[in-house]
Design a protein around this ligand. Structure first.
Ligand SMILES: Nc1ncnc2c1ncn2[C@@H]1O[C@H](COP(=O)(O)OP(=O)(O)OP(=O)(O)O)[C@@H](O)[C@H]1O
Ligand SMILES: [Mg+2]
Length: 561
């Protein structure tokens, strides 16, 4: 008989090993009960229904509360809006009333003014008539006086209106600039107020302009891109006719006079700058530049401004760097890119060549001037690690004060290098000689000046103490550089820059100048400490022989013996 196989209940399976049914079939709930979904246990239907009802009621209650809350909030907001509306209306009403009051007051004042003017006019006329009657004046004279007076009043009125107009345009500018983005700020001709500058007078103080540009544009380094932008926005001068020497620059008229100098890139003129509003005139010097590289010109001007502003106030009066009056350009077919660049600056009395000719015989005057320049250089070195790198007699200047004292100046920063905001500027010059990076060398500039004076000493009457010093300080150069006849200029300066020579530092020069000023004997100068600053440059094993001494040095030696 076949075995009857029992089936497993639904939801269970037979285990093939044990033959028993296994699985998790849940038992059905007994009649009258339902399985609670949460606990999984069987519970009475009534209890479950009650629970569901309770939960539903709870939900309904919550929804009701939330609805009431929302309604309350909307009510409050509506009330708030209405209150604000009322207040606004109230304010507007008050404002209208105030403007009305002001207007009526103004109208009344104007009426009163007109009345008093009329009375004054009548009074004046009466007085004139009285004078005519008394024969103090004749009728024509009285008429002329009245006419002059009326013209004066007209002029005063016109001036007032002009002032009002200017104020309005300044206000408009301010409004516009608030909307404009900072990237447009370099458009100086249009965006004065963003820079906190007043229209047309923007260059009356170079330090104010420089400071504002740097601060407002957050300029930390003068990159080629920034300089390019600056060039695009440089204020433009207009020329009366294509060949005239009469220019307009904002409110100023700039009139060119005679040429006083010519350098490698530019021509220097005397000029007058006249403020058209006040009629005030100022004598200035104008340097007109033709360049393929406007960025170089702009960088030179920025360095000039930076040094002027950094030094202003440190000498009681003046900065020993001539003040820049403006930087500009004008359209010219002879300019490399269609423009000629132009700077206006404070006029000085003469350059170092001129000074040397006048004072070479006076050791004290010469030494005071060199001491003055060395003090200035020391300040610049300490503050900016400044190297002029073109420190010959043509780039030092002097100015006499009203009390006949002499102040020394430095000009022409085209080859200079310095640290602005801790970043080197113009370290490698692209045009001429300093094409590699050079370490800061505090002896370079004064060595160049003394070498230039050595060259100039030929044919100039000498005074022994100053030139004894000149000979002594120059001769040790032969320890590291072979000065051959005729190469005292550019090549020498460029080749000398890696060699530090302790005798030429401002500190050392000041010490010896003081001795000459006090008429003490200079004595024998100590042998200088020579250091090589550039990797790859070497000191010669032996000093160069006297046979290669530059003829100027030989000449000086002969005259001193
Ligand atoms: N502010 C000034 N006041 C009076 N004279 C000046 C002034 N600036 C320059 N000069 C005269 O013009 C000459 C040349 O000026 P500057 O050195 O600025 O021009 P440059 O073209 O750079 O010359 P270089 O490159 O040959 O040195 C000076 O040596 C000086 O005689
Ligand atoms: Mg020069």
């Amino acid at each position: 008989m076949a075995k009857t196989r029992k089936r497993c209940p639904t939801g269970q399976r037979k285990d093939p090993k044990t033959g028993k049914c296994k699985g998790t079939k849940k038992k059905r709930c007994p009649a009258g009960q339902h399985r609670d979904k949460k606990s999984g246990k069987c519970k009475d239907k009534d209890i479950l229904a009650k629970k569901a009802m309770k939960e539903k009621a709870k939900r309904e209650e919550k929804a009701k509360k939330e609805k009431a809350k929302k309604e309350e909030k909307a009510k409050k907001e509506k009330a708030k809006k209405e209150k604000a509306k009322k207040e606004k209306a109230k304010k507007e009403k008050a404002k209208k009333a105030k403007t009305k009051r002001v207007k009526t007051k103004r109208v009344k004042k104007k009426k009163d003014n007109n009345k008093s003017k009329k009375i004054k006019k009548q009074g004046r006329k009466l007085k004139l008539k009285e004078n005519v009657d008394k024969k103090v004046l004749n009728a024509k004279e009285a008429n002329d006086i009245e006419k002059q007076f009326e013209e004066y009043i007209k002029m005063r009125k016109a001036k007032k209106e002009e002032k009002k107009k200017n104020e309005k345009s300044d206000k408009d500018d301010k409004k516009k600039s608030k909307k404009s983005k900072v990237k447009d700020v370099l458009k100086m001709r249009k965006e004065y107020s963003v820079l906190g500058l007043k229209k047309d007078t923007w260059f009356s103080d170079p330090c104010y302009v420089l400071g504002n540009i740097k601060r407002k544009l957050k300029i930390k380094s003068w990159t080629p891109t920034i300089l390019k932008k600056l060039n695009k926005t440089l204020p433009i001068m207009t020329r009366k006719t294509p060949t005239s020497g009469d220019f307009t620059y904002g409110n100023y008229e700039v009139i060119l006079h005679e040429q006083i100098g010519a350098g490698s890139f530019g021509t220097i003129y005397k000029a007058t700058m006249k403020d058209k509003l006040t009629g005030i005139k100022k004598k200035i010097v104008l340097k007109s530049i033709v360049t393929k590289k406007p960025n170089e010109f702009l960088l030179e001007s920025i360095m000039h401004m930076e040094l002027f502003c950094g030094l202003r106030g440190q000498w009681g009066e003046g900065a020993r760097i001539p003040k820049l009056e403006f930087i500009s350009k004008y359209a010219s077919p002879r300019g490399e890119d269609g423009w000629k660049y132009i700077v206006g600056m404070e006029m000085l009395d003469g350059d170092g060549w001129d000074f040397f000719d006048k004072h070479a015989k006076k050791s004290v005057v010469m030494s005071t001037a060199i001491k003055d320049l060395s003090t200035l250089l020391k300040k610049l070195q300490d503050k900016y690690q400044f190297m002029h790198r073109d420190f010959h007699l043509g780039n030092i200047m002097y100015k006499k004060t009203p009390d006949k004292k002499i102040k020394m100046y430095i000009i022409d920063f085209g080859l200079s290098t310095m640290k602005i905001n801790n970043k080197w500027v113009n370290r490698m010059s692209t045009t001429y000689h300093y094409r590699k990076t050079y370490e800061f060398n505090s002896s370079q500039d004064l060595r160049m000046l003394f070498t230039c004076m050595l060259y100039k000493s030929i044919g100039t009457p000498l005074k022994k103490d100053f030139f004894k010093y000149l000979y002594q300080i120059e001769k040790p150069i032969l320890n590291y550089y072979d000065i051959e006849a005729g190469n005292l200029w550019w090549d020498t300066y460029k080749e000398l820059i890696p060699y530090y020579d302790s005798n030429f530092t401002p500190k050392s020069v000041i010490k010896y100048m003081d001795k000459i000023i006090k008429k003490e004997d200079v004595g024998t100068l100590p042998a200088p400490t020579i250091k090589v600053l550039r990797h790859g440059s070497k000191l010669p094993k032996k000093p160069y022989s006297n046979g290669t001494l530059h003829s100027e040095l030989e000449y000086l030696k002969r005259r001193l013996n």
